[in-house]
Every structure is written in C-alpha cells, then in structure tokens.
Design a protein around this ligand. Structure first.
Ligand code: ADP
Ligand code: MG
Length: 275
C-alpha cells in the first residue's frame, strides 16, 4: 500500500472513531472539489468542518425537539395568517426572535378551540429548539398529574426541578379541566419558581376572568396571574376553528349542524359557542 493510500484509509478510520460522520460521507467530494479549484489547506479544512458543524447542529436540534416532547411538529410556515386575521403577524414575528426567552418572559395564547393556539405554541417551541434552547412541552393535565405524583412520592422538589430547568416551558390547554385546590397550588408553586427566571408559554380556552373558576380559588388565580402577567404578552385569538373549516370544506359539516354532531361524534368544540 502506498503512503497516500495508507493515510487515506487511516483518515477514514479516524473520522469514524471521532464520530465525524458527515465528514466521512463528504470527504471524497470535498477532496475532489479542492483539487479542481486548487484551494488552500485552510479553505479545504474549512469546507469540510463547515459541513460537519452543520450536521451536528441539525442533530442537536433534533435531539432537543425529541426531548421537548411536542405532540406533533408544526412550523410557523404552516400557519395560515390569512385565515386568522385577529392575530397580529408582527407580534408573532417579534416572538420568533425569542427575546422573550432570553428575558424570562411569558406568552399567553387565549382563544376558543381550534384557532391555532397549540400550533403557534409548538412553532415557537420548535424555533427555540433550533436556536439551541432547551424546551419542554406538557399538557396542563399531565403536568398536574406529574406534580401530584411527585408530591405523593415525596419527590416534589425533583419534579419541580424538571419543569424549572428548560429555558422555555410550554403548558398546553390550561383550563380545559378545572383544577382542584392541590392542583392549583402545585401550578402556582411552579409558576412562582419560574417567575422572572424561565419563560412560559400557556395556551388556554378560558379568558383571564374565568381563571378563578379554573383554579377553584380566586386568591390562587390572582396570585398566578400576578406573576404570569408581570412580564408577558397575551395573544387573544378571536376567530373560527380551523378544524371546523376543514370539515366544512370536506362537506362533513354545514353551518346549521356546526358545533353539534359530526358523523355521530361530538365535535368537542361546542361548549364555547363557536360561530
Ligand atoms: P387550539 O390549540 O387553538 O385548539 P390547534 O392549534 O390545535 O388549535 O389547531 C387545530 C388544528 O388546526 C391543528 O392541526 C392546527 O395545525 C390547525 N390550524 C389552526 N389554525 C391554523 C391556521 N391559521 N393555519 C394553519 N393551520 C391551522
Ligand atoms: Mg390546543
């Protein structure tokens, strides 16, 4: 074997040993390019490592997205702003700069079911993951169950730390089910711990005036709102459910049956009096 061949196969092995998978895959191409364009050693190394770094950034971002446990993936490009004119595009664009995360501020998305609250929350969360932030997505009901289990197992501090840690915590569907006193208390403790330290996005179908009912206790609701709203942006979405529009388009629904029974199943969107 010639010295050149020996070096080449050792290089392959070393790239593999070092876990530089992308470099290994693109090496031949970059070498050919380098010879053709007669570039310097530095330029060659730069082109190779640029690709390696891009691949690693992608992998880490995917890892953070998996860790966040989004129920599904949604991006801002998939959001039809024309359909929801009550949303100020500029405000969403501002939120996408993620300054609210750096400042430990909160975003509260309010509105009836189907208007895109969860979609926007996921899109913001995924953007944060791509920009290197640690995110956790949790449904409010699951959060309360998880904290309650922690409390019962004398491991509440550990559970609290888990939800305190991410730079962005997304609590989805707060208010769909009313909380008992203990549930409300646990949520209050978590929000108080993250106050001015870690950003929170909350989605809710209940207006602030109804939070007393959601938390079964006006005093706790006021204490939660006090901390939550101190540094926050509220996006109030007033509009039609996107899901219902899709169904209407598919001919499964007409205006007179809207919000009642669709194919023998309740739409689940009735109680809010969707129009
Ligand atoms: P909410 O959380 O307000 O109940 P979702 O965000 O779950 O509503 O939206 C319901 C479905 O409709 C999702 O699949 C979502 O992606 C889609 N959707 C809602 N609003 C829009 C929109 N303006 N453009 C595109 N898709 C939308
Ligand atoms: Mg939702």
């Amino acid at each position: 074997m010639s010295a050149g061949n020996l070096a080449s196969s050792r290089l392959e092995l070393n790239l593999e040993y070092l876990g530089l998978v992308r470099s290994q895959a693109v090496l031949d191409g970059v070498l050919e390019e380098a010879a053709r364009e007669d570039i310097s050693y530095v330029e060659f190394l730069d082109r190779l490592l640029e690709q390696e770094a891009a691949a690693q950034r992608e992998r880490r971002s995917e890892g953070r997205i998996r860790y966040a446990r989004f129920p599904y993936s949604k991006t801002i490009d998939q959001f039809d702003f024309e359909f929801q004119p009550s949303i100020d595009r500029k405000r969403i664009k501002e939120l996408l700069t993620l300054r609210f995360i750096a400042n430990g501020e909160n975003v509260i998305l309010l509105g009836p079911p189907g208007v895109g609250k969860t979609h926007l929350a996921i899109a913001l969360g995924m953007t944060a993951c791509q920009q290197g932030q640690c995110v956790t997505f949790v449904a409010a009901e699951e959060l309360v169950t998880s904290l309650r289990e922690g409390f019962e197992a004398h491991r509440l501090p550990e559970k609290m730390r888990y939800y305190q840690k991410p730079s962005l915590l997304i609590i989805d569907e707060l208010g769909y089910l009313p909380l008992d006193r203990m549930g409300a208390n646990l949520i209050f403790q978590l929000i108080a711990k993250r106050y001015e330290r870690g950003a929170i996005i909350i989605t809710s179908n209940r207006s602030y005036g109804e939070w007393g009912e959601v938390f079964t206790d006006n005093v706790i609701a006021a204490a939660i709102l006090d901390r939550l709203l101190h540094h926050s942006a509220t996006i109030n979405i007033k509009g039609e459910s996107y899901r219902l529009r899709e169904k209407r388009k598919a001919g499964l629904l007409n205006r007179t049956t809207e919000g009642c029974i669709v194919n023998g199943q309740e739409t689940g969107e009735i109680s809010i009096g969707e129009k």
